[in-house]
Design a protein around this ligand. Sequence first.
Ligand code: COA
Length: 638
Amino acid sequence: MCWMGPVQHLWIVRVSCFSCMSKVFFGALAPTRMFCCLQIKPLGFLKPISLRKVPGRFQTHQNSLPRLPVPPLQQTLDHYLQILQPIVSEEEWNNTKQLVEEFRGSGGVGERLQKSLERRARKTENWLSEWWLKTAYLQYRQPVVIHSSPGLVLPKQDFVDSQGQLRETLPVEYLGGKPLCMNQYYQILSSCRIPGPKQDSVINFSKTTKPPMHITVVHNFQFFELDVYHSDGTPLTSDQIFIQLEKIWNSSLQTNKEPIGILTTNHRNTWAKAYTNLIKDKTNKASVRSIQKSIFTVCLDAPMPRVSDDIYKSRVAGQMLHGGGSKQNSGNRWFDKTLQFIVAEDGSCGLVYEHAAAEGPPIVALLDHIVEFSKKPELVRSPMIPLPMPKKLRFNISPEIKSDIEKAKQNLNIMVQDLDLTVLVFHHFGKNFPKSEKMSPDGFIQMALQLAYYRIYGHTCSTYESASLRMFHLGRTDTIRSNSIDSFRFVKAMDDSNSTEQMKVELLRKAVLTHRSYTDKAIRGEAIDRHLLGLKLQAIEDLVSIPEIFMDTSYAIAMHFNLSTSQVPAKTDCVMCFGPVVPDGYGVCYNPMAEHINFVVSAYNSCAETNAARLAHYLEKALLDMRTLLQEHPRAKL
Ligand code: COA
């Protein structure tokens, strides 16, 4: 399958650590030319296809994708009333029903907004994408750390010495079989979020006439510009990159006193002010620009403090999400950078990415590809030629900047302390078990989450699961409402002595089917959440007053996602993680493998009612109970 884009070029290096001979790899995707995946070859054999030779193929593919539809108004409103049933009181529901009836009436405000929305859909490439980018990301003012940027944990590497850290890692692209929108892939590299006073922006430098030729490397809070191309446009070999990384490593043995990168962890308005101040200085401006333009960042982290084996994985998840705080590796990041690969001296590795540009699947596809690639035969070693020392990026720290860094450190450390993370490797079974029961594995896992939550709290909650809209041109996500009337019936029955085991089995099967059918609706662009958001934003744009259904308690409850969940499947045995989206909620990300499932559960310590380890424990129990239920009550063979 071809991966085509306007200005992208992949190079991959696969090497072995000379000392331990373990298979490790380094890869990079540089935005200089485009290529076809099938032609990816070890470095030196790569034959990039010039964009000029295949003009417009990416665009042709993109244009062949359907446009995101605006779902029928009545369908969305009916479904909205349904999803409210298990989460609001009868009185609230009756009140909301009345508001919905007024809204949907012929010639009413709902109809007018729907027509405006349909007009918008005719005039734009995707009626939602720009609104979504702004609302969900660029106008969101909480720090990107924990609140927005997901981390990804890779299996630990056993380095025998510091060379391992320099030779280890990372990206590259993989494309699945479906004709999905590929736009996100072209937003990942050479791009960076830029703070603004009310709204941020994202700049993608790969589209410039002179695309970047360097990556950023950070070690001991010191930033370096590492050219990964020679002046003739040929990429550096793996050995050459290794030598360059070693030079960086050796010249930054002392930790920088001022972890400038910490500034990027701040509340966006605060960071925007500090940013304006920071780049008043010419040297600072040039250094910041170099980081922003670079293809991606490689963070060479110090080892984490030693912890017991049972909490090690959870600590690594924290390391990937936030860097562990100002005394650990948080200063070794530029959190606005879209893609940052993290390789620590102790072998923990993964990545963190800024979410505005893309969802998790394209990011893990990059990883899957390089992991696959690394299994291919060894490269021929290339001759060594002298290369200049990578440029150190310097910063002049005025007293004002120093004070901004101090404040950012304090805020970050509070956030880090507040985050409660648990990694659960559920090893009893993976997606093969639900498949063998002819059930959707995703639906099965979501029902286990519903059951776990219900068993802890005795009620159900608004649940968000990301659904991909990439079947549509410039599609991002919509929401699968995993809690439904059917899921509620199932979780209530599960511990109810009045329910027979056979009833429980039927209710579980029905709940999973309902979930799968809503998933199908969501990926076809017919879920309710983005449509309701669109109607609300349309009201704002049309300067009509916000309709009452959006000012209603039920709407607030529906949008308060105590469970914010996402499946990010990968072939690699890794798992993504993110923070909860509400103060009293959980974030749950999972990667269902064939025979086991990786989960990361997050919560906030400041909320007395939530506890990530407890939810993980109940989740494990729910999955096991559901398996037992199905195994002890097999379906009658027809
Ligand atoms: N019987 C047997 N097998 C079944 C089945 C059934 N009833 N239903 C599904 N399966 C199989 C599927 O064919 C699939 O097989 P595969 O492993 O060979 O591919 C597998 O089980 C998984 O299917 P399912 O669990 O139903 O989920 P999915 O792969 O369709 O994914 C979503 C569902 C919602 C995760 C996906 O549609 C999606 O939108 N992903 C993007 C999410 C996203 O963007 N996350 C990132 C946010 S940052």
